[in-house]
Design a protein. Structure first.
Length: 224
């Protein structure tokens, strides 16, 4: 998901720079348009993965930008506005916007919504075949786990966490990376959530010949 281009369309420099800082920190490439006409030209030249679009723009307003883009493409759009009025939200969504945020907004919430939309339009491909490691079998399609041919019951996030670790076998993943990959949001201060799920998984896959190792000060990795 990281590395994709996000087009931020806003004529307020502070909003643009705040969004750019957080997006680039997450590994996204950021392009900026200061008015609606520039945004349309940039989309026609090189469509971004997602657009963050302010409604109140010079030249061509956000509603018209959204309308013109939707006539040609399904690029995901998150609309921004300084007004918290239901009519604005309804009109924006009816024109084809995927989501809506009122300014001032929490930049972490913007990042979380961008990631959620990109996951929905570009779902992470799963392996067609089951993953087999020692006496552990993980079936991505059926979302099932076996240890020594015995089915193991896992909760939804436990399964997603185990699959993510298995897909990245022998690679150390930080708690923040796991929160982003598995939960889809940046839960600041909630890395304890990862630790608890890891502890549960260790008990459930015990005896499989596969272990989840703690790399102190860094994160976790799955080894067989």
């Amino acid at each position: 998901m990281s590395g994709e281009t996000i087009l931020v369309v806003d004529d307020e420099a502070n909003i643009v720079e705040l969004a750019r800082m957080y997006l680039e920190k997450e590994g996204f490439r950021v392009e900026v348009a200061r008015d609606g006409a520039q945004a349309l030209a940039m989309v026609n030249h090189r469509p971004p993965a997602l657009m963050v679009l302010d409604l109140m723009l010079p030249e061509v307003d956000g509603w018209d930008v959204c309308r013109r883009i939707r006539a040609k493409t399904d690029i995901p759009i998150i609309m921004l506005t300084a007004r918290d009025e239901d009519v604005d939200k309804i009109v924006g969504l009816e024109l084809g916007a995927d989501d809506y945020l009122t300014k001032p907004f929490n930049p972490r919430e913007l990042i979380a919504r961008i990631k959620a939309i990109l996951r929905r339009v570009n779902p992470r491909p799963r392996a067609a075949a089951a993953i087999r490691l020692e006496e552990l079998v993980i079936d991505p399609a059926g979302r099932q786990v076996w240890v020594k041919d015995t089915p193991i019951k896992t909760r939804s996030k436990e399964f997603d966490l185990l699959l993510t670790l298995a897909e990245n076998k022998n690679i150390v993943l930080s708690r923040d990376q796991l929160l982003s990959l598995v939960w889809g949001y940046d839960f600041a201060g909630q890395t304890r959530t990862v630790d608890m799920h890891i502890a549960n998984l260790r008990n459930k896959i015990a005896g499989s010949g596969v272990e989840i190792e703690t790399v102190w000060g860094v994160g976790y990795k799955l080894v067989a």
